[in-house]
Write a protein that binds this ligand. Structure first.
Ligand code: S3P
Length: 169
């Protein structure tokens, strides 16, 4: 079901390409783009890593929920953080969102490869591959549950994924 053609929320595991694909959709579709992690950093005046260090994951999740609520009226493409599905109240916000929610679904191998290249994720520093896999298995059904559409990303360039998403409308 397409709820609101002007507003998309991209969800998926960290390293799924939500920010890259979101920017590409906005470029191709001439719409605005907003990244929830960047917005959290702007509101907090700290980087994501600094927030995890000084306020812990709980403090980070609180800010994430506040920003998620605030962006519900944004018209454009929104990239969420991979852990947005960690809180039940966020799942409810996304289920009732006016936005169309799109799950960028990858696989663990491509995701881990991308994360190693990018670095910068606090959760990446502290987890083993097995723990990462467990997190993936825990989150995947939640992404599926709230998505209006799931788009496969493995082996595809961001520009192609963006074009596939635009073609849904
Ligand atoms: C997180 C994902 C990150 C960021 C934070 C926590 C997670 O966003 O919000 O490091 O719990 O999966 P990306 O999905 O953009 O990497």
């Amino acid at each position: 079901m397409i709820k609101e053609p002007d507003t998309l929320m991209l969800i998926g595991f960290m390293g799924a390409g939500k920010t890259t694909v979101g920017k590409e959709i906005a470029r191709q579709h001439h719409s605005k783009f907003l990244d929830i992690d960047s917005e959290i950093e702007r509101v907090a005046g700290q980087t994501i890593s600094e927030i995890f260090e000084t306020r812990g994951e709980v403090g980070f999740r609180q800010l994430e929920t506040e920003v998620l609520n605030d962006v519900q009226t944004f018209k454009g493409v929104v990239a969420t953080g991979g852990g947005v599905v960690e809180r039940q109240e966020n799942l409810e916000v996304l289920q009732h969102s006016p936005a169309t929610v799109i799950y960028l679904h990858g696989n663990l191998e491509s995701t881990i490869g991308r994360l190693i290249l990018e670095g910068q994720r606090p959760l990446l520093q502290e987890k083993s591959t097995a723990e990462f896999f467990a997190l993936w298995q825990k989150r995947d059904p939640k992404y599926q549950q709230i998505a209006n559409f799931t788009v496969e990303t493995v082996g595809k360039k961001p520009s192609r994924i963006a074009a596939e998403i635009i073609a849904l409308f």
